[in-house]
Structures are given as C-alpha cells and as structure tokens.
Design a protein around this ligand. Structure first.
Ligand SMILES: N[C@@H](CCC(=O)N[C@@H](CS)C(=O)NCC(=O)O)C(=O)O
Length: 338
C-alpha cells in the first residue's frame, strides 16, 4: 500500500497521490468528458479503488468509462493482470502485465507508488488522476451532459452525491472519517511498533462511535422529531459521496480489518447496530434506482477475498514477507442478511 518511510516511529504515513488532472465538461479542456476516451484501472480489494467503481455504476457510466480489473492481491512487482477470476489476462490497451508499466508509459521518470485507482486517457496515453477522492468528484459531475436526465446530479434525490447545500457538511465529515477510519485502519494495521498501533487503534474506534451516533440521530429534515429513530444515510435522507467513502471501509471491517489489521476492540456486527444496518441496507440493495446495485455488485463477489488479500498485504508490509502467512477464517456469515 502506498506509504512513505516511517522514519523509525513505526507509524504508517500515506504518500500524496502524484497525478492530479481533472476531466471537465468543457469541450476545449485538456481532458474533456467524452464517451469511450477514459479507462479506470482498479483492484477490487482496494477500498480507494472501490469508491470509484461504485460511483461509476451509481452514475450509469458503464458505457462511457472502461473498467479494467487487476488481480486482487499485489505481486512482487506491484499490481498485475493475472487472468484469474475477474482479472483481465493483460492490459487491454497495450498488452502490459503490470500496472507500473502504464505509469512509466505516462512518465518514464515516475518512481511510484504505482497505485490503484488510476484513471487513464486513451487519447493522449497518460494518467489523468490517481487520487480516488478527486476521481469520484469527476465521475459525479463531469459527464452529466452525456447521461440521461434522471442520472444527472440536479435530478437525483436530494440534489446528488455532492449537492451544493451539503458541501461543507460533506467535507467536514469526510475529513474526520478519512483520518480516523478510512486511513485509521491502515495506520493501525501497518503500525510496526506497539506505540504506533495504540496511537491509532483508540482514535479509530472513537471515529466509529461518532459515526454510530450520527446514524442513530434524526435526519436534519425531520427537525429532530422524537419519532424518528435514525437517519437513512450519513448526511440525512439521501445518499451522498460520504456514504460511498465510508462503505468501502466498513464492508471490509469485520472480514479483514478486525482480524488481520488488529482493529480488534469491537466489531461492526455486534457493537455498532446503526452502522451495521446502514451497511446491510447498502450492500443488499439490488433493485432501487438510487443505487443501481452499485454496492452489491462491486463487493459481494469479493467478500471472501478481502481477508486473504489483506493478510498478504500486512505480511509483506510489516514482516517483509518473512515467516508463515496465516489467513484468519470467518466471520460466519461474512455479512448477515438484512
Ligand atoms: N490516495 C490514494 C491511495 C490509493 C492507494 O493507496 N492504493 C493502494 C491499494 S489499496 C495501492 O495501490 N498501493 C500500491 C503500492 O503501495 O505499491 C487514493 O485514495 O486514491
């Protein structure tokens, strides 16, 4: 996973993403939104990549942006195409076997980290962007003029995934959810000293407590009505990008972060009833027009792969690949029905 040298403290420090261009709806932009021009490279186990594959489906962009899936675990040379399961046998554009080859094609001087998700421009043969939080914003708004009316942001329930009236609340919640939870599980699981582990484990669960409290409070639109027990989504009655960004961490929690990354104080299923019901509603929703099965179709096939792939990642990162690799079993079931 993308990280810097921890300067001896045992702390995991995430590296800033390197490619930060934006796709724009303007036809004369450097990267204009066009059908068939861009490709998303992902691994289905990566939570940052998972954000982008969810939003691609939520927005109905399957015929506009290609999706190229790599093997669920990294190999010695990084992410690669294996032809196993849903991984493509090789890069469909240039026949490469390894993701780093694409980065090198875009910029021969780039030395990594070679991360997923990565958004590629087929026209100019370069990386547009490799920062998931920015990729999902582009997918949310830049292609709307190519989409049917009901999929455009202005016509979605509540004004879309990042509506103007909620932007400051979304940014505020995203910020602490990222620090304490999305990145918190990595800071806990990749700590190489007891001190660094302790310093991140407790804040992670304070973050989860805060989400539990948020989800069990009435939606702002209820005006605090005592009859309403909880809100449907993190920001109220409608799905926003904050739900997407939290979902990809929570769906991995009991099956991977808790057993493999030692995020062991509590589990989602036994200790966080509001988070677990929010998670199951999103995960099992296969028919609503609001989600278009985006959550289920991008996680159900991989639930049993998260544990082994995170076990391999931690084994490599924390133990340098030395010693036996043990993959914990369970939990059973991997997720409960609604
Ligand atoms: N900030 C990036 C982080 C992406 C990231 O760390 N991806 C990991 C996989 S979960 C990766 O590709 N790591 C490759 C490496 O470290 O070599 C984002 O949100 O897009």
């Amino acid at each position: 996973m993308a990280s810097k040298d921890n300067q001896g403290s045992g702390a995991f420090i995430r590296t800033e993403s390197a490619f930060r261009h934006f796709i724009s709806p303007e036809p004369n932009a450097q990267f204009p939104a066009e059908k068939g021009r861009y490709a998303l490279y992902i691994s289905p186990t990566c939570p940052w990549a998972h954000r982008t594959s969810i939003v691609r489906i939520l927005k109905g962009l399957e015929n506009i942006i290609d999706l190229y899936e790599l093997h669920p675990s990294m190999g010695p040379k990084g992410w690669y195409f294996s032809g196993e399961g849903s991984s493509l046998p090789a890069d469909p554009l240039y026949g490469f076997k390894y993701l780093p080859d694409l980065y090198k094609k875009a910029d021969p001087s780039f030395t990594g980290p070679f991360t997923v998700p990565m958004l590629w421009d087929k026209r100019t043969h370069t990386v547009v962007n490799n920062e998931s939080s920015e990729i999902i914003r582009m997918l949310t708004t830049a292609f709307d003029h190519l989409l049917p009316e009901h999929l455009r942001e202005v016509n979605r329930p509540g004004g879309g995934l990042y509506p103007k009236h909620l932007q400051s609340s979304i940014d505020e919640v995203n910020s602490w959810v990222y620090n304490l939870i999305n990145n918190g599980v990595y800071k806990t699981g990749f700590a190489t000293t007891q001190q660094a582990y302790d310093a991140n484990l407790y804040p992670l669960f304070e973050g989860l407590d805060r989400v539990e409290q948020l989800l069990s409070s009435p939606a702002p639109s209820d005006g605090g009505s005592p009859e309403t027990k909880s809100r449907k989504y993190l920001l109220g009655d409608n799905l926003t990008e904050t739900d997407v960004r939290l979902y990809t961490t929570i769906i991995r929690f009991d099956v991977a972060y808790r057993p493999v990354f030692l995020c062991s104080l509590k589990s989602i299923r036994h200790d966080y009833p509001s988070i677990y019901s929010w998670l199951r509603r999103l995960h099992w929703d296969q028919d609503s027009r609001e989600t278009n099965a985006a959550f289920h179709s991008t996680s159900a096939p991989y639930l049993d792969v998260y544990g082994p792939s995170y076990a391999a990642a931690r084994h490599k990162k924390v133990f340098g690949g030395q010693g036996p690799l043990i993959v914990p079993g369970g939990p059973t079931p991997l997720i409960d029905q609604l």
